[in-house]
Design a binder for this molecule. Structure first.
Ligand code: ARG
Length: 585
């Protein structure tokens, strides 16, 4: 279905040509939904923007356009407001017809894109030799959400986790494995190495306290890089241990299956990547290292900053691997768009590697490489998120705490309401609500800003939170149960919209496609959250003001369809955020 916005844009474009000639065929009609019903449903300020070039009064321009607009099926006669804005108000019959069409469509009338692209989303990309931290939580939440949105729009999405699985930190873990679990290396069978976090802690302790252990760690790095077979085996054991612990978190978070393609994957391509840079004349020697001098980045003395791609000891680094990855993603994966949901502290890193990628000709005008940067998660005190005893918070603990809080709330509520529910129901609900709340709290913020992590806020039933949306969805399912109506079987009856709150809700439902298109471009999922929050509010107003089950036909069916479309939109929207709904709460 062509979105309302698109139809309005096309009509205004045609009117522009009819009124002022074909030169204006590509002029942006500058139409946007209004946020105040006083200005109709959509507004265009194209007449204002054309006043200068056309040397005419903007109100006169607006009038010439209105005279030529062919929108009688869709809108009331457009109105000129202020110094030349054109306000469009949709006809309620037209809205009813559109709702009827989307009611019959599995995708709620949202057509897949005409230009499907191959997209890579690089997330959550944790580091094997370190614990997953809250930055990876954001990457996981945002990356999963962007992948789902782009996939739903019709793009071919590859989820790739660029795991930090190579380099110096491994020395310590390998040395510890050799010391503490020699059997693991000797046998072919898998061994239980206990909890990853304990393993790390003990390895780190040994590293900090013992000089010979440190020597052994450094030696292990050299062997690893030289490809020594036994060392590689130890490395694999550590990677596997770590990977198992991520997978638990991924399962808990309901992440889709992700290709694990760590830094080590690019080892065979590193030297050819540098050779290519060299052939292009981009590579220079500086203080024993090989580097690319960056444009627009200077050091303290004002000289061009070098991006080191081969250290003086001959080793490669994070930037080298990422350059090889860019080249591989373009040439082998044929990606047209590559999205990196990674914290803002890596802004420079990405700006630098993208620059080199462009200068090397890997990233062309036909490619879109974006660092979908995000801010920090802060504690309620506005400082770095920490446990009470001051340690970094483990992801698993953070998620489990959310679940436990919901479980306690639910139990208390069920007792107060004298409801008996099975332990399975309580467990499932606590898990869905708890995880949803954490995800939603993150996604509802503009990703570029820092936010404060507060269980109380994210679980608040009255705010812009997951529980509020889940509850709106459940309310609709409650109507269906109470009235014994199978919402799936609602006929394609005519939808009549008479009450203001019905119209407001209906119009809002129809704006989802436009919101998705914006997010496809700017990768800001908080717009979807805001959209869904407003949808739920508008539904609640409608439901407070308009009887549904008690209404007479044809209004009853019409309102049931409106309620059902609200629920379906919430369910779809939440699923794109990576959140499941519950049928009752
Ligand atoms: N492993 C990195 C970190 O934890 C993130 C990697 C992001 N992806 C990339 N292609 N650089 O900081």
């Amino acid at each position: 279905m062509t979105s309302i916005l698109k139809q309005l844009q096309d009509s205004v474009s045609q009117a522009l040509v009819a009124a002022f000639g074909a030169e204006l065929a590509d002029t942006d009609p500058l139409i946007a939904p209004t946020n105040n019903p006083k200005f109709g449903d959509y507004q265009s300020n194209v007449a204002l923007s054309l006043a200068k070039p056309l040397k005419q009064n903007p109100r006169a321009i607006a009038q010439s356009l209105i005279d030529r607009l062919q929108l009688a099926d869709m809108c009331e006669t457009p109105i000129i407001a202020g110094s030349g804005f054109i306000n469009f108000t949709l006809k309620s019959n037209y809205i009813g017809e559109l709702l009827r069409k989307i009611q019959a469509d599995k995708r709620l009338g949202i057509e897949p894109t005409q230009n499907p692209q191959r997209v890579i989303v690089d997330y959550p990309s944790p580091n094997v030799a370190k614990e997953m931290h809250v930055g990876h939580l954001r990457s996981a939440i945002i990356g999963e959400c962007l992948s789902r949105i782009l996939e739903f729009i019709g793009h071919d999405v590859l989820r790739i986790s660029h795991i930090g699985d190579w380099g110096t930190p491994f020395g310590m873990l390998i040395a510890y494995l050799r010391e503490a679990y020699p059997e693991a290396l000797a046998s072919e069978q898998e061994m239980n190495l206990g909890e990853l976090s304990t393993f790390y802690r003990q390895a780190k302790k040994r590293f900090d306290e013992d000089e010979t252990f440190r020597d052994a760690s450094r030696q292990a790095v050299v062997e690893l890089q030289a490809g020594d077979e036994k060392t590689i085996k130890a490395w694999k054991i550590v990677c596997e241990l770590s990977s198992r612990s991520y997978r638990q978190i991924y399962d808990l978070m309901g992440l889709s299956s992700i290709i694990e393609r760590g830094e080590s994957f690019y080892n065979p391509f590193l030297s050819q990547t540098l050779q290519e840079l060299d052939r292009l004349g981009l590579l220079e020697a500086s203080e024993g290292a090989m580097c690319v001098f960056l444009e627009g980045f200077t050091n303290r003395e004002g000289n061009p900053l070098p991006l080191i791609v081969k250290k003086s000891d001959g080793g490669y680094n994070y930037a080298t691997t990422d350059l090889a990855a860019i080249r591989h993603r373009v040439r082998e994966d044929k990606a047209q768009r590559v999205i990196y949901p990674v914290g803002s502290e890596q802004n420079n890193h990405f700006a630098q590697i993208f620059q080199v990628g462009k200068r090397a000709g890997w990233i062309t005008d036909g490619h879109n490489f974006v660092h979908a940067e995000f801010g920090l998660i802060l504690g309620e005190d506005g400082k770095k998120l920490k446990t009470r005893s001051g340690e970094a918070i483990k992801l698993k603990d953070l998620l489990n705490e959310a679940i436990e809080r919901v479980r306690a709330d639910l139990k208390a509520r069920f007792i107060a309401e004298k409801r008996t529910e099975t332990p399975e129901f309580i467990n499932e609900s606590a898990e869905v609500i708890g995880i949803s709340a954490v995800k939603y709290a993150d996604l509802s913020q503009n990703r570029t800003s820092d936010y404060r992590f507060s269980y109380d806020k994210m679980l608040d039933l009255k705010g812009n939170t997951a529980p509020y949306l889940l509850y709106a969805y459940v309310r609709v399912q409650g109507i269906s149960r109470k009235g014994n109506v199978d919402l799936k079987k609602l006929s394609d009856a005519k939808i009549t919209l008479a009450e203001a709150s019905e119209l407001t809700l209906a119009k809002h439902i129809l704006q989802f496609e436009e919101v998705l298109k914006d997010v496809e471009k700017d990768l800001l999922p908080n717009r979807i959250c805001l959209y869904l929050f407003e949808l739920s509010q508008k539904f609640n107003q409608f439901y407070d003001q308009c009887p549904v089950l008690q209404a007479d036909e044809p209004q009853r069916t019409s309102r049931l369809i409106l309620a059902n479309l609200t629920a379906r939109t919430i369910k779809l929207g939440l699923s794109l955020l990576g959140i499941n709904v519950l049928e009752r709460m």
